[in-house]
Design a binder for this molecule. Structure first.
Ligand code: DC
Length: 223
């Protein structure tokens, strides 16, 4: 039997975390948890409920009581299937805003720890290897040049409302990177023990093969 590792994948938007995490989870028969979708779903629900996106106490409460599911490629919150509704420029901005709130992060980090505690999980986000699972078995920090990340995001059919052109996508991404990297709680950062991979010009297959070699190494060490 394969050991149930915790694999943490962090990095900025458009670096290819989702594609890599899904491929690894499929190959290893692990669960894939997209933590960005959790921030997005909470932001969607907050907007729907007319909450102010800087009201930490109110949004935290919402995150605490919500029935939130992000596994298997579908995202639901309180019975609403928001799988595609959370992939819009409006929710890009709203999710970055709620991700700055310390109380909201505390609640979602707790949920993420419970989801991954048993292992056998590939979890992607911004603070998985630094805050959520600092003792993860394998940490990957995935990066790519800004123009490449913007091109991937603009080509992503899951992302709707893409009428702002490549330059617009790139400036939105850079603004969001800035917000993610400079927030006080759980900022985007490279864990000292993470494998740093720049995927600019690297195919999906090559990236997955590279990381699978690291996984196989960890599996050998664990048995
Ligand atoms: O990965 P994504 O673009 O779907 O993430 C949505 C937002 O949530 C983005 O602004 C980064 C933030 N986020 C975070 O702060 N911590 C995480 N673990 C995951 C996402």
């Amino acid at each position: 039997m394969k050991p149930s590792l915790i694999i943490a994948i962090d990095g900025p938007s458009g670096a290819g975390k989702g594609t890599l995490a899904r491929a690894l989870a499929a190959r290893l028969d692990y669960r894939h948890v997209d933590t960005g979708a959790m921030y997005r779903a909470v932001a969607w629900r907050a907007l729907q409920g007319g909450l102010s996106l800087d009201d930490d106490a109110a949004v935290r409460r919402l995150a605490e009581v919500a029935h939130l599911f992000v596994e298997g490629g579908r995202v639901t919150i309180d019975g609403h299937d928001v799988t595609s509704a959370i992939r819009t420029p409006e929710i890009d901005r709203a999710a970055a805003a709620v991700a700055r709130l310390g109380g909201v992060r505390e609640v979602l980090v707790g949920r993420q720890r419970r989801l991954g505690a048993a292992g056998g999980v590939v979890m992607e986000g911004r603070d998985i290897g630094t805050v959520v699972f600092p003792d993860a078995d394998l940490k990957i920090y995935l990066d790519a040049q800004p123009h490449e990340r913007a091109r991937r995001r603009a080509d992503d059919p899951a992302h709707t409302g893409g009428r702002i052109g490549l330059a617009g996508v790139q400036s939105d991404l850079e603004a969001r990177d800035q917000t993610d990297a400079t927030r006080v709680v759980g900022p985007l950062a490279v864990a000292p023990d993470a494998a740093y991979i720049d995927t600019t010009g690297l195919s999906v297959e090559a990236t997955v093969d590279w990381v699978m070699q690291l996984v196989e190494q960890k599996i050998k060490e664990a048995v």
